[in-house]
Unconditional design. Structure first.
Length: 315
């Protein structure tokens, strides 16, 4: 079930349903007042058709006017609009920046509070009704701002941990993942392996074909690696033309075999790379060093090959 679509439908179906419920339980005494309902219905429909930018702004004022109408029509039962006022404040919160949202919410909320007083209906439950409006407005605005701030924090966190060119986790993100994996090993889970790979003669690509071609190649390699590792493996950009692959619960021998399959796949695409493989043995700095040394030997031995750290066991 698509919960997002279901909730969206419930949210917008709620407008005509709410109007229908009000008509059912509190029908107008004056038949002419029935004309207001198709007017508000058309106004809501027109607002919804204006798109995500303008719809909340139009609906804020359309709903404010409708609630004011219902509060006036309900007489001593004016407080029933309190059930729907949070919807008004929520629309205002997402329609405008904070100062304007506060002003729009306070405008309609203030009218909803003043109307019973103007009609001489200030007895029970007016106090509860009046106190609820500013509290509901404040809580709704806070909720909307928290959601907005959370989105900003998430954006900057993702920006800080993601390579903007390839979309892969960057070196910092990989280091954090390796630290988590090391902690899991300390709790008794199987050791993991690290694969470093460096594209061969990448500088020549930039020099001869230009940096746009080099960027395109990096993105293609990133896409290939991401599509051809196991679920649970993590591919990231280590820096420049160098990538890293974290292989959880994988010894160095199996990691070497996986690296060999990736090397052959890249070569079939017309790209060669050198790979260095090392297994975790209790020290992350040692793991980085051994994987880097293995990569260096792969380069020194002629490139386009996989080398496993010489200090690894037989697996």
């Amino acid at each position: 079930m698509d919960w997002g679509r279901l909730l969206y439908a419930v949210a917008w179906i709620g407008l005509p349903v709410g109007m229908g419920v009000q008509l059912l339980y509190n029908p107008p005494q004056d038949p002419r007042l029935y004309l207001a309902y198709p007017f508000f219905g058309l106004l809501f429909a027109w607002g919804l058709l204006q798109g995500p930018k303008w719809a909340p702004r139009i609906l804020t004022h359309a709903l404010g006017a409708y609630l004011l109408f219902e509060a006036w029509r309900a007489g001593d039962d004016y407080f029933v609009v309190a059930f729907w006022s949070p919807t008004l404040y929520l629309l205002a919160a997402f329609a405008y920046p904070l100062p304007l949202a506060l002003a729009a919410g306070a405008f309609w909320g203030g009218l909803l509070v003043l109307l019973p007083l103007l009609r001489g209906q200030g007895g029970f439950p007016f106090g509860h009704y009046a106190a609820a409006q500013p509290i509901l407005l404040a809580l709704t605005l806070l909720l909307a701002r928290f959601q907005e701030y959370y989105g900003q924090v998430r954006f900057w966190r993702e920006q800080a941990l993601t390579c903007p060119l390839t979309g892969l986790p960057n070196r910092r993100a990989l280091e954090m993942a390796l630290e988590r994996e090391a902690a899991r090993v300390e709790r008794g889970e199987r050791p993991f392996s690290l694969v470093l790979l460096d594209l061969d003669d990448f500088k020549k690509v930039n020099d001869e074909r230009g940096h746009p071609e080099g960027d395109w190649l990096l993105k293609e390699v990133a896409r290939y690696l991401k599509d051809h590792v196991r679920q649970g493996d993590l591919v990231g950009r280590w820096g420049g033309e160098e990538f890293a692959i974290l292989l959880p619960a994988t010894d160095s021998l199996r990691a070497e075999r996986q690296a060999e399959r990736l090397r052959e796949g890249l070569k079939a695409l017309g790209v060669t790379a050198s790979f260095g493989v090392a297994g975790y043995r209790g020290d992350l700095q040692d793991l980085f060093r051994r994987a880097d040394e293995a990569l260096y030997r792969a380069k020194a031995q002629g490139k386009d090959r996989v080398v496993r750290s010489t200090s690894e066991g037989s697996g």
